[in-house]
Design a protein around this ligand. Sequence first.
Ligand SMILES: NC(=O)c1ccc[n+]([C@@H]2O[C@H](COP(=O)([O-])OP(=O)(O)OC[C@H]3O[C@@H](n4cnc5c(N)ncnc54)[C@H](O)[C@@H]3O)[C@@H](O)[C@H]2O)c1
Length: 288
Amino acid sequence: MDSLRDKVAVVTGAASGIGEAIAIRFAREGAKVVLADVEREALDRVSDALSAQGADNLALVTDVGKEEEVRALAEQTVDQFGAVDILCNNAGVFTGGLAWQSPHQDYEWLIDVNIWGVVHGIRVFVPIMLGQDSDAHIVNTASMAGLTNGPFTSIYYMTKHAVVGYSEAIYHDLTSIGSKIGISVLCPELINTRIGDARRNRPRDLPGFDFKSPERDAAEDSLRQLAADKGIDPSAMAERVVMGIRENRFYLLAEDGWRQSCETRLEDIRLARNPSLSIPAEMTGEDG
Ligand SMILES: NC(=O)c1ccc[n+]([C@@H]2O[C@H](COP(=O)([O-])OP(=O)(O)OC[C@H]3O[C@@H](n4cnc5c(N)ncnc54)[C@H](O)[C@@H]3O)[C@@H](O)[C@H]2O)c1
């Protein structure tokens, strides 16, 4: 897709962090932006900021884990703007803890948002895009955690590996049928957002909210601290996304340190040796 001008772009998780930065960038490129998120006030703040810049936008409270809400998002987008050209399945949440201690409901929460959120986006929006028979593009936000592994964060790793594998398979599906829909998987590194406070959006009626463990606290505290101290600005992810859409690039990845961790993992697999712990220094806080 050469230009985003007058394209209709839906961004989930648009009220904060990477989604907000993508929405702002899309508006600057001249796109009409549909902002979807569970946080009403934050969503309105982003919508007001876009409107103040004269950008056409629509803000819709949407829980991406609920298929009927994603269907309503698509219907209202088409009602308002007549088409959907770009979809960013970006909403995502984080929790830490040992795999066997983590409450069942932590699994449900992360799988609902991080996996089902993407699945609902694909199942609802791809048929609309195919029906339009014009150039379209999907960006699924995974993580460099979807290509690596480490301790105390197993649920998050599991969901992000799922998003990478699912996106690769969809790439092959779309190519096999000769569609005009491109797809990218965005794998951010450490970004300065509110991901370390993701629990603010964990449904309070889901049991297990108050579960505590040293491993969970350590993972969440350290992500919060590292994102604030060493995370890069989310606008860099918006830049990466726009490049991916323009150039129809699938893997939108972090720079070399992270890719070396991926290579170590692939080498472990090639040699069938046990998993190395290969996490870039920025994530361990050991790079000064
Ligand atoms: N920040 C990082 O270091 C980092 C690294 C790798 C991947 N990611 C991924 O980037 C994406 C965006 O996260 P972020 O870092 O901007 O965090 P963030 O917390 O700043 O933003 C996430 C947004 O998603 C929204 N959200 C949560 N649950 C939702 C739901 N059920 N339906 C709709 N929206 C919902 C939140 O309200 C929030 O506005 C996530 O998928 C995350 O896993 C972030």
